[in-house]
Ligand binder design. Structure first.
Ligand SMILES: Nc1ncnc2c1ncn2[C@@H]1O[C@H](COP(=O)(O)OP(=O)(O)OP(=O)(O)O)[C@@H](O)[C@H]1O
Length: 225
């Protein structure tokens, strides 16, 4: 599903963020991406969502070669992904319901379908009772569950999460990863960047470590792959 082949990324400033980076992630995997600050984790995510192009190498996602993806095709490609960020990125003046429904409205999903899908997704993330609330009236963990609901509502085959638990309490972080793990059990591939080692060790998922722009370890439940 995801293939990085000899990928390097050098920013305009001359920083080498990724160097000959190779990784392969199969459909249905749950992968934690860890590594020190400045290691290249967010760069990996940006390349994965085609927010940046690599300086060299090839990137394949769902059979598409992102290096050759035309600029005008990028929005369509993005809609096949569910993306969750550390800062939630909810629309402040829209209710929880509308934040989730918005993701469907922009892709012209018929209103009848929106009316059935949004409540279903909100119940999945345990927020049915907050549908009419504004984001500012929710806790950090609840806001992140809205962001997750929005990422899920289009039924993506791949969810990309960049430090989704960075702004929430440890117990709530566990809940978010638990929820992602449940979603993963239904076949959705998950790639999640985190710096929380305690969280990583609570779950039996693949862990790839990036350091100085290269993949330095690839472990599963403590054993080398
Ligand atoms: N847009 C940019 N322009 C120039 N340099 C950048 C840019 N984005 C990131 N970098 C640099 O590339 C390197 C890798 O950064 P990246 O954000 O991928 O690291 P990270 O592992 O996500 O770090 P953190 O855990 O601190 O978020 C760093 O040296 C960073 O300063």
């Amino acid at each position: 599903m995801i293939e990085f082949v000899n990928v390097s990324k050098v920013y305009k400033t001359g920083t080498h963020a990724l160097n000959n980076f190779n990784v392969s992630i199969d459909r249905g995997e749950f992968v934690f991406v860890v590594g020190p600050s400045g290691a290249g984790k967010s760069t990996f995510i940006k390349l994965l969502m085609s927010e940046e192009k690599p300086s060299s190498g090839e990137i394949y996602v769902n059979g598409q070669n992102l290096v050759r993806l035309k600029r005008r095709k990028i929005p369509y490609f993005r809609r096949t992904l569910g993306v969750v960020f550390q800062d939630f990125r909810l629309i402040p003046n829209m209710t929880v319901y509308d934040n989730v429904a918005f993701a469907l409205r922009v892709t012209n999903v018929p209103s009848k379908e929106i009316r059935s899908r949004v409540p279903y997704i909100l119940s999945l993330v345990g927020l049915s009772n907050k549908a009419k609330s504004l984001p500012e009236h929710l806790s950090g963990g609840e806001q992140q569950r809205v962001a997750l609901a929005r990422a899920l509502v289009n039924n993506p085959s791949l969810i990309i999460a960049d430090e989704p638990t960075g702004n929430i309490d440890p117990e709530l972080s566990f809940e978010i990863v638990d929820l992602l793990s449940e979603i993963n059990k239904c076949g959705t591939t998950i790639v999640m960047v985190t710096h929380e080692h305690d969280l990583v060790s609570e779950f039996n998922h693949r862990v790839i470590t990036i350091d100085h722009g290269t993949l330095v370890s690839d472990d599963w439940n403590g054993g080398y792959r």
